[in-house]
Structure formats: C-alpha cells, structure tokens
Ligand binder design. Structure first.
Ligand SMILES: *Cc1c(COP(=O)(O)O)cnc(C)c1O
Length: 355
C-alpha cells in the first residue's frame, strides 16, 4: 500500500533528495567514499557548502550584505543566539504558539521582552492583529508558521528590523529578506533531515551590542569561517543542497507558493464540506498552507480514535494532532504531492459514508 507522509517534522522530502543522498551515502562525488566519511574541508564538500549557500541566496533573492549559514543545534538554539547577538536592552515578541513561547523564554535571559500580543487565551487558534511594536526595541520577533496550531503570518508591517523563526515555512513562498535582520529555520520541516539549521543574517546588524558572546554562539564566528568554524552536519547539508536544487528545478519559491495554495485548498475545502470535521483555526486568512489542523465536530467527537485508526489503515501516516490541540494535523510541506492530499480527502469521505 502507498504510504502518505503527513508527519510534522522530520517530514516528507522530495524523492530527488532521498535518491541523491542515498547515492552519496555510498559514493560521494566520485570519491568512492561516503559523504559521511570525507573531510568537510575536502574540495568536494566545500563545493556542497558553497552551492547550498549560493542557492539559498538565489531562491530567496537575498540582497548583498547578508550571510547564509548552516549551523547545528536546531531552531531551539537560535532562540538564544538571536537575542545574544542582536538584542541591546529590549526586544519585542509576538506570542503565537509553543515555539514563540520558547523563543520568548530565552530572550528573557538578555533583557526586557515586550510581548506585543498573544493568542494563548484560545490555544493559539488565531493570529493577533492590531498590536503596536514599540520603536525603541532592537527587533521584532515572530514565528512565521505555527507548526502545532496551523496558523501562518505574512511579513508584518512594522518599523523595526524583523527576526523570524521560519522553520516550517521557509521556501514555501517568496520573501522580502531586506526587512529582516535574521531568519532561521531548522531544516527538518521543509528542507532536509534534522541536524542542520539554516540562518540568514544581516551582517551590518551584528557587533552592535556590548555583551561578550561565547565563540560558538557568535554569528560572526561562523560568517568568518564560511559556516565551517567547526565540523558542519555534512550529510544533512548535502541533503539540503539536493532539496535546493529540486526547488530551483521546480520553479523556485514562486511556483511553490502557487502549488501550496492549490494543495491546501483541496484539504480545507473538504474539512468545510465534511460533516464530521472542522478546522481548529476559524479565520481563513490565518490558515497555514503547511500544517492543516482539524478536529471532529462535537456531534462526532467520539469517533476521533476510530478515524485515526481508519486513516492509518489506509496509509495516512502522521496525522495525529499535537497533544495540546488534539484531533488531527496534516503537514503538507513543499514536497507533498497533491495526490497524497487527495488520498486523505478520499479517506475522509469514505469515513463520512460509514457514519
Ligand atoms: C520544529 C520547530 C522548531 C524546533 O526546531 P528544532 O530544530 O527541533 O529546535 C522551532 N520552531 C518551529 C516553528 C518549528 O516548527
């Protein structure tokens, strides 16, 4: 039976990425050695790092003056590296979910945190609007896509530099990088395996604060060393490069956005139509195109477990919702084909017919 991968992360990758990485696991760039066994300073691996950085710049039209890094420690380490390097006395944060909350917790180690708005009151099922960002903050931090709660945010229109956690929607749509001092993303949602973290940082924004920064946590260390200060996660970076090549081959982020809008519509329309299900996010403009969260309607609440088992038996993997939301979550990242979404929709219809 065909398996359809709806896991939130680690999650679905293009076949191209998996095939090329599998080949390189045995024979990397004609070396006769695995990509896991060659020096990160070899000319073959340096070429991988260089091309990956160049493709990130090309795909996102990154302006001059920004550095692209592949670090380790996940987005979770960026929660503290961001304020360590960029926060003078004060920074503003938007609280739209568990990941925002974790970022806010780390920022408190470095100064005053202004939480401009929060949707914690209703389990983060909407994006707060109409908030004010103070003008005397070092930056405004937000989570562009809330992986757990199924909400997504367009680039906010504020007068201070932006810092964003884009772990679960990077490369899913075009972006004006010039509005940001820092963008970061754990690779394992839309780019590659876990182990690599993509960082795009404005070089001019660094070196402006007085606090001493430990070497490994200072972005300048990694910029000066071409993202090779210490051993990078060589196999994950190799896999990320394959996804970047696949993105370019398939029309880049503009084409991805178009496809993602079409794909998500298939599932949101069915949730709307089907009497068994309802979306956890009411405002259509807040709907994530990457993670679709839904629950059983109150009349059919008792069938939640049964639907999960039914869907699993039909090859739908990873659709159990996060424990804080319950219900279901279908993660439909860039690599997810519309056929898999259609298969989930068919399963929802079949189950409705059984009730
Ligand atoms: C998964 C996720 C994280 C955590 O990433 P790690 O790489 O595990 O630290 C942070 N933010 C968002 C939005 C995520 O989806």
């Amino acid at each position: 039976m065909k398996k359809h991968n709806f896991y939130a992360g680690p999650s679905i990758l293009p076949e191209f990425t998996k095939e090329k990485t599998a080949e390189a696991a045995l024979n990397f760039a004609g070396t006769g050695l695995s990509v896991m066994e060659v020096s990160h300073r070899s000319k073959e691996f340096v070429a991988v790092m260089d091309e990956a950085q160049a493709l990130v710049k090309e795909l996102l039209k990154v302006p001059d003056g920004y550095a692209v890094l592949f670090l380790q420690g996940g987005a979770s380490t960026q929660f503290l590296m961001a304020p360590y390097n960029l926060m003078d006395k004060k920074a503003a944060y938007l609280n739209t979910g568990a990941w925002s909350k974790k970022a806010i917790k780390e920022a408190h180690f470095f100064g005053e945190v202004v939480e401009v708005a929060s949707s914690a009151d209703t389990v983060y099922n909407y994006i707060p609007k109409g908030y004010t960002v103070p003008s005397d903050v070092s930056y405004f931090h937000y989570t562009s896509n809330n992986t757990i709660y199924g909400t997504q945010i367009p680039t906010p229109n504020v007068d201070v530099p932006l810092v964003a956690d884009m772990s679960s929607d990077i490369f899913s749509r075009p972006l004006d990088v010039s509005k940001y001092d820092l963008i970061y993303a754990g690779a394992q949602k839309n780019l590659g395996p876990s182990g690599a973290t993509l960082v795009i940082v404005k070089e001019e924004a660094l070196g402006k604060i007085d606090r001493p920064i430990p070497t490994m946590l200072d972005y300048r260390t990694h910029i000066n060393a071409g993202s090779m200060f210490n051993t990078p996660a060589t196999l994950p970076v190799f896999a990320c490069l394959q996804t970047l090549r696949w993105l370019k081959e398939n029309g880049g982020v503009e084409a991805m956005e178009k496809k993602n809008i079409e794909k998500a519509k298939v599932l949101y329309d069915e949730i709307d139509r089907n009497k068994l299900f309802k979306c956890t996010v009411d405002a259509v403009e807040d709907h994530s195109l990457m993670n679709v969260t839904f629950v059983m309607t109150p009349e059919f609440a008792e069938f939640e477990k049964e639907f999960l088992e039914y869907a699993t038996s039909k090859g739908m993997l990873g659709i159990k919702g996060h424990r804080s939301v319950g219900g279901f979550r279908a993660s439909i990242y860039n690599a997810m084909p519309v056929e898999s979404i259609q298969a989930l929709v068919d399963t929802m219809r079949e189950f409705e017919n059984l009730k």
